[in-house]
Design a protein around this ligand. Structure first.
Ligand code: HEC
Ligand code: HEC
Ligand code: HEC
Ligand code: HEC
Ligand code: HEC
Ligand code: HEC
Ligand code: HEC
Ligand code: HEC
Length: 410
């Protein structure tokens, strides 16, 4: 063979390869890729395109433990049984994701979450039992009697559809999903950061745990714990995995530390009920059936940082406030019951001014006093709590006197 023919065949071969490459480059990227999870893992197709479409999502994902752990976009976005599928740029993805997608890899956390009041009870608190299957109701009722098998909330009914939207903003943390699962994990972890550090931030819980009816975030910021956390947070490490978290990483507690975290040898839990001993949210607070265990578990958390004498006296003081609040709330309730029996109030809730004060009485001021006492907020025990309890009871007694007087005159 001459040099000329060798040169020609190499030249033609190269031209063919280059033109094939050029043509291939002009084809839409969807056509050049195979929609298998393996390929997604190998090439990051979703990320390549979404880097232009919704770049922040890709950046958040890239910083997450998921990206470091080799989890792909499609691992979360692939449709599971019971989820609606949509064709998307050569892939099949789920139209809506739920706790079910996370539970595929994190079933322990999901099972713990299911037992908590963040799951079914949170949704039923607004809409009642109607959105749940008989099985779901039976499961939740074994852990929280009466928390799911109940009617829709009277106030939400009275306020109508607009109010529901407001309630849902917080209570959808336990909404039943079409795929049969319950709730959402992303309220605390976010969708693409999926971070434990974020979940340990007080403000994450404070999205919902705020305002006069459950002023936990305000109380926390007032407490020594909140003040110290804000002052020292830069020297803390909130990223540590729950089974390794120690008091040297976080020497000051946040909401998560007391209610959920693994700390030194404590077991982490997604069941936020485990460490509680009273139903503080109730008008009159009784001990939970799990009182002993709840108190013991919470005390163990405190003991990582405090001496037992201090912790005992702290809880004893809080129980004094709880008892005195219960007493005052009972007195207010008796007053309303008496007026109903005398025919001076209708049996309907929320149709007379006195009923709104009676509601605020325990729902705002009673709860605030109790929460302040158990989480270290003196101002909330006193001026947003005790003082209001006294002032509003005086006001209600005066209103009752006037109602009775007007009735006698007619
Ligand atoms: C070739 C480009 C491209 C590829 C590849 C691609 N997407 Fe998209 N994706 C888009 C565009 C464009 C949108 C629409 C953005 C908008 O509506 O503003 C979108 C929207 C989405 C949405 C929101 C859908 C909705 O309506 O709520 C999700 C979720 C999504 N993509 C996930 C993925 C996943 C997961 C992959 C990989 C399996 C992927 N995408 C691959 C371009 C792409
Ligand atoms: C840890 C699971 C997980 C991973 C991994 C994940 N996503 Fe998502 N993504 C979600 C969840 C949950 C939602 C919210 C979906 C819903 O509301 O139905 C979401 C929503 C989206 C949306 C719509 C967001 C909006 O606000 O409109 C896009 C686009 C998207 N993901 C793209 C991606 C891309 C691209 C990747 C990979 C770089 C990725 N996701 C990786 C869980 C994940
Ligand atoms: C395909 C399996 C898979 C799916 C689906 C998945 N994860 Fe993960 N997740 C992992 C892996 C792997 C890790 C890293 C574990 C490690 O580093 O020890 C992880 C870690 C985490 C962490 C710890 C992050 C940190 O800061 O250390 C959180 C929180 C988390 N996932 C939440 C979620 C949530 C919420 C969803 C659903 C929106 C989800 N995961 C879906 C596999 C998955
Ligand atoms: C800002 C977020 C937020 C909004 C809005 C909200 N809630 Fe709540 N709700 C909570 C939190 C947090 C608790 C837990 C209080 C506690 O345990 O101290 C709670 C507790 C409750 C409880 C007592 C617990 C139970 O299961 O019986 C009921 C009932 C309730 N909410 C109903 C409603 C209704 C009805 C609406 C709308 C009219 C509403 N909530 C609006 C966050 C919210
Ligand atoms: C998206 C809103 C939302 C977020 C975020 C949220 N919660 Fe809640 N939480 C609720 C609601 C609603 C309830 C009341 C459920 C019920 O009893 O009906 C509740 C109840 C609780 C309870 C009482 C459980 C019981 O058995 O009475 C604790 C404790 C709690 N949350 C702790 C936390 C902590 C700690 C965080 C942050 C790591 C957090 N929550 C984040 C909405 C939220
Ligand atoms: C120092 C530990 C500690 C911190 C920090 C803390 N809590 Fe608590 N929390 C408690 C204790 C103790 C109780 C009362 C437990 C019991 O005995 O029932 C409580 C009660 C509650 C309840 C009432 C549950 C019910 O029965 O109604 C909620 C909700 C709650 N905390 C949420 C939060 C949130 C949200 C934060 C952060 C903004 C927070 N906590 C910070 C220790 C703490
Ligand atoms: C109320 C807020 C909240 C909700 C809702 C929530 N998490 Fe978490 N999660 C946390 C906190 C706080 C931590 C870190 C605990 C600690 O500090 O030790 C955590 C830790 C984790 C971890 C790391 C666990 C480990 O041991 O490494 C995973 C995985 C996780 N969550 C998955 C989920 C999944 C899946 C769901 C939904 C079923 C979910 N989370 C719902 C607050 C939440
Ligand atoms: C991770 C460590 C940590 C945990 C857990 C913790 N605390 Fe604290 N606590 C602190 C620190 C640090 C201070 C500030 C001490 C100082 O003034 O130097 C503090 C201060 C206090 C104070 C005010 C100062 C005092 O001693 O009167 C009270 C009350 C208190 N804690 C109660 C509790 C209770 C009750 C629990 C459990 C429900 C708890 N703490 C859990 C670290 C912790």
């Amino acid at each position: 063979m001459s040099f000329r023919s060798v040169f020609l065949s190499v030249f033609i071969g190269l031209t063919l390869i280059v033109s094939a490459l050029i043509i291939n480059q002009k084809r839409p990227s969807v056509e050049t890729s195979q929609p298998t999870p393996a390929l997604v893992r190998a090439t990051g197709k979703c990320a390549a395109c979404h880097r232009h479409e919704t770049s922040a999502i890709v950046h958040q994902f890239e910083r997450s433990a998921h990206a470091a752990g080799g989890v792909t976009c499609l691992d979360c976005h692939q449709p599971l049984e019971g989820q609606e599928q949509v064709d998307h740029r050569g892939f099949v993805i789920a139209s809506l994701l739920s706790a079910k997608n996370c539970s595929e890899c994190h079933s322990t956390e999901y099972q713990q979450f299911l037992r908590s009041r963040h799951a079914a009870p949170a949704w039923a608190a607004v809409t009642g039992r109607s959105d749940f299957s008989a099985e779901q109701i039976a499961f939740a009722e074994t852990y929280h009697k009466g928390a799911v098998d109940r009617p829709a909330n009277a106030l939400a009914n009275r306020e109508g559809r607009g109010a529901e939207k407001g309630c849902f903003g917080c209570h959808a943390i336990g909404k039943p999903n079409l795929d049969g699962s319950i709730g959402s994990c992303t309220q605390c972890h976010s969708r693409h950061s999926s971070s434990v550090a974020l979940a340990r931030e007080p403000e994450t819980c404070g999205q919902c745990h705020m305002g006069p009816d459950h002023s936990q975030i305000e109380i926390y910021h007032e407490s020594k714990h909140g003040v110290l956390f804000n002052a020292q947070r830069r020297s803390m490490n909130l990223e540590v995995a729950p089974d390794k978290l120690s008091t040297s990483d976080m020497p000051v507690p946040t909401c998560a530390t007391c209610h959920m975290s693994g700390l030194d040898n404590l077991k982490v839990t997604h069941d936020t009920t485990e460490r509680l001993s009273y139903w503080l949210f109730a008008a009159v607070s009784e001990k939970r059936p799990t009182y002993e265990r709840g108190r013991a578990e919470m005390t163990e958390v405190c003991l990582k940082c405090h001496a037992s004498t201090r912790v005992k006296s702290f809880f004893a003081d809080a129980e004094v406030i709880l008892a005195s609040t219960n007493e005052q709330v009972r007195e207010a309730q008796d007053l309303v019951t008496a007026l109903r029996e005398e025919g001076l109030l209708t049996p309907e809730p929320f149709d007379e001014p006195l009923e709104f004060i009676a509601f605020d009485y325990w729902h705002y001021f009673g709860r605030t006093a109790k929460h302040g006492a158990f989480m270290g907020g003196a101002d909330f025990v006193q001026w947003h709590g005790n003082y209001q309890l006294l002032a509003k009871l005086t006001e209600m007694k005066e209103m009752a006197r006037e109602l009775r007087e007007r009735h006698r005159e007619h």
